[in-house]
Ligand binder design. Structure first.
Ligand code: HEC
Ligand code: HEC
Length: 389
């Protein structure tokens, strides 16, 4: 009887400190578990040729190489870390503060706001389909997700942390030590958690954010009724050599992953953002930015690196207002040759917006954790929370 009581008390103690008892052992939707406990991406685009020169209009073309192969446990652990404000210096900001699932994993602001109210200079990009990207940040200055996240984690203006303090915090939370030992084989819960394991888990979660089941996708795979006449008209304008959108926003990812100089304006007369010129040390890239994917674009207003355009209609209008019309007089930018004067009519611009809205798909939306291993409140502005397990 006494032993039974001791066992019960001990069990109660464990479940009390372990707010999250176990990680998910199933892959998120869109992935299939193989016999090595790896989640492998599955989608209809895999049936198409991987030819590198598919032409700009091709609907049935392959996606770029995907970052997959993470375990279900790593993906689930990354989900907790992504929503946990203990990753920031003062426990106030998580990745999700600026990448809110309800706002297309962006934040709805012209420019994001970091720790202690620091005003950042650029708008927060969506994280949908980052598993397919080769360059990260608007100016393309990072080439992996692991490298990218060290920007916000350790920037004084974003999450304000240091590698030493982050390790100290995470290692000090028994529940995390337990979960990391579940997500990383050959690790016991008394082994210290490393930075690389933190980066791997968050990368695993980010790479699970797949959006490839939009109305457009159904159309592309051969279901003609998925788009109405106006949306098809918009798609044809998008792919035309007059508008040239698909030259840069190439399907199926809707980006060719290049840097292009467009000469988009800064808000309120702010000075020109040199963009890719800085990381690539190349003056021909002055004012150049990464071509963003347009998937779920309906959800991520305001638009461009500067968040200067409030609506999609204003954004597409930019492309027809004349090459270089928004470039400050003292600047001499090398504007990309596909940016010209297509003289699109109001009717055509409206149809482009109709088409852009067919790229919305949030069917694989992950759940916001109800409880976090740190027992901090998860970022909550949100109805999509899971129920307590
Ligand atoms: C304070 C707001 C803020 C926080 C917190 C934040 N981000 Fe970001 N994130 C941004 C902004 C703004 C950019 C674009 C910055 C730039 O391009 O210079 C960005 C860019 C990114 C990108 C690049 C996407 C692309 O298409 O190039 C990824 C990936 C990303 N963030 C992931 C994360 C992760 C993971 C975390 C948590 C470790 C995080 N972010 C925390 C605001 C934030
Ligand atoms: C020369 C390559 C190029 C062409 C052609 C092009 N774009 Fe873009 N697009 C970009 C780049 C680069 C950006 C980001 C620019 C910035 O932030 O200053 C962008 C941004 C956008 C955005 C905002 C994305 C976001 O996340 O904020 C939309 C919407 C868009 N383009 C639609 C279009 C449409 C519609 C067309 C055709 C009329 C078009 N683009 C033609 C390169 C191009």
């Amino acid at each position: 009887m006494i032993t039974l009581l001791t066992v019960l008390i001990a069990a109660n103690k464990v479940s009390h400190t372990h707010y999250v008892p176990k990680l998910n052992c199933n892959c998120p939707p869109g992935f299939k578990l193989n016999d090595k406990n790896e989640c492998i991406a599955q989608n209809l685009y895999m049936a198409y040729s991987t030819n590198n020169d598919p032409g700009v209009g091709g609907l049935k073309t392959a996606l770029p190489k995907v970052r997959d192969g993470f375990s279900p446990q790593q993906i689930d652990l990354g989900r907790y870390l992504f929503f946990d404000p203990v990753l920031s210096a003062d426990g106030t900001i998580s990745c999700a503060s600026c990448h809110d699932p309800q706002k297309g994993f962006s934040d709805g602001l012209t420019a994001s706001v970091g720790i202690n109210g620091h005003q950042l200079k650029r708008s927060s990009p969506s994280l949908w389909n980052v598993a397919y990207l080769k360059l990260f940040f608007w100016d393309g200055r990072a080439s992996t997700l692991e490298e990218q996240m060290q920007g916000p984690l350790f920037s004084k203006e974003e999450m304000g942390n240091t590698p030493e303090n982050l390790l100290k915090t995470i290692n000090g939370i028994e529940n995390y030590r337990h979960l990391f030992s579940e997500a990383f084989p050959n690790k016991s819960s008394s082994d210290p958690i490393s930075l690389n394991e933190i980066y791997t888990a968050i990368t695993a979660f980010e790479a699970s954010l797949i959006s490839l089941n939009s109305k457009y996708d159904r159309y592309a795979h051969g279901y003609h009724e998925a788009l109405n006449a106006q949306e098809i008209e918009g798609m044809n304008i998008f792919r035309s050599f007059v508008a040239r959108c698909a030259e840069c926003h190439t399907p199926p990812l809707f980006t060719n992953q290049q840097i292009a100089v467009l000469g988009t304006p800064e808000p309120n007369g702010a000075t020109l953002d040199p963009g890719a010129q800085i990381p690539f040390k190349d003056s021909t890239l002055r004012g150049g930015f990464k071509v963003p994917s347009l998937r779920n674009i309906e959800k991520t207003a305001p638009y461009m690196h500067s968040g200067n355009f409030a609506t999609l209609r204003e954004t597409v209008q930019f492309y027809t207002d004349g090459r270089g019309h928004a470039v400050p007089k003292e600047e001499n930018l090398r504007i990309h040759w596909h940016i010209w004067e297509p003289e699109l009519t109001d009717f055509e611009l409206d149809r482009l917006v109709d088409f852009l809205k067919t790229l919305t798909d949030e069917s694989f939306m992950p759940k916001v954790p109800k409880v976090l291993p740190s027992n901090q409140a998860a970022f909550t502005n949100n109805q999509n929370q899971e129920s307590i397990q």
